[in-house]
Design a protein around this ligand. Structure first.
Ligand code: GLU
Length: 289
């Protein structure tokens, strides 16, 4: 079976050099290995994703000389699949609803921090400080009955106990040079959100379901997602899904050494193209042969 790679951008802005590097790397690796390349549009966040950004992704990738298989999977068309996975985790009693607002969560974190350091996840965000896990069934039902919006969280302690030790094969490198056989540390993320109040899924859940459904064998993406792989391995294990190989790659930085953002025009592919850059120039700029 040929390897299956994927490039999975979110259409919440225009692509920049960082995306070009990731897309070209996936393209090159697929080509070198006689593999396939899929494109997946990660558009679960209806408030930030826009059709014109999705259209621009197709144009920019085609301009770079990248070809992908069709039909393209658009995550917003598959909420049913993510819901079914949530139901399976619920049936295993591994998820619970949490009702706090952002402001309440911020207040709880401040309270916890007043009593000493409160742990942060690998992205630097405070772990969920709430107590929703211990709400009685009656209290939960009452809040749900009152129409209070809720997120669904993974009960990390139970999930961790169920899954045992997990690893993945890293062909690239983590932030501290981790590679090869990496031990997953999902507990570092606390009780992660699997479905948001305003979106019936989350990045972690949809990416795991889609990689499995699409038969992805090789996940090649930025090192900023390295430790997310811990959560992905855990969800794969709980849902009985295969683990792909992973290759996390360096990030392209701007002249000041900052991570690129979709709003910085200097490194936008459209701007570079308008300024006369060729696809070969883009390859050179991101350090690809
Ligand atoms: N959609 C994610 C992003 O644009 C990438 C997800 C992934 O490659 O796992 O950052």
């Amino acid at each position: 079976m040929p390897p299956v790679f994927r490039f999975a951008p979110s259409p919440n802005g225009y692509l920049h050099l960082g995306h070009a590097y990731s897309a070209l790397l996936n393209h090159d690796l697929a080509r070198q290995s006689g593999g396939r390349l899929l494109l997946r549009i990660e558009d679960i966040d209806a408030t930030r994703c826009r059709p014109e950004f999705e259209q621009a992704i197709y144009e920019d990738l085609a301009w770079l000389g990248i070809a992908w298989e069709t039909p393209v999977r658009r995550q917003s068309e598959h909420f049913g699949a993510y819901g079914a996975a949530l139901d399976r985790l619920s049936a295993q009693r591994l998820v619970y609803p949490s009702f706090e607002s952002r402001a309440e969560i911020a207040r709880l974190v401040a309270e916890r921090e007043a009593g000493g350091a409160w742990p942060r996840d690998p992205d630097g965000a405070p772990l969920y400080p709430g107590l929703a896990k211990s709400l009685s069934a009656a209290a939960r039902d009452r809040l749900i009955g009152q129409g209070v919006p809720f997120a669904l969280r993974l009960d990390m302690a139970s999930a961790r106990a169920r899954a045992g030790e997990l690893r993945w094969l890293e062909a690239g490198e983590g932030p501290a040079g981790e590679s090869g056989d990496v031990v997953a540390r999902p507990e570092a993320w606390g009780d992660v959100i699997l479905a948001r109040k305003e979106t019936p899924t989350s990045y972690h859940l949809s990416v795991v379901i889609d990689d499995a459904l699409q038969g992805v064998t090789d996940v090649v993406r930025g090192v900023d997602l390295f430790w997310s792989t811990s959560v992905h391995r855990l969800l794969q294990e709980l849902l009985g899904l295969p683990a792909p190989n992973y290759r996390h790659h360096r990030l392209i930085r701007d002249a000041a050494g900052q991570k690129l953002s979709k709003s910085t025009q200097a490194t936008g592919l459209r701007e570079l193209r308008a300024a006369g850059a060729s696809p070969a120039d883009i390859r050179r700029l991101v350090g690809l042969p």
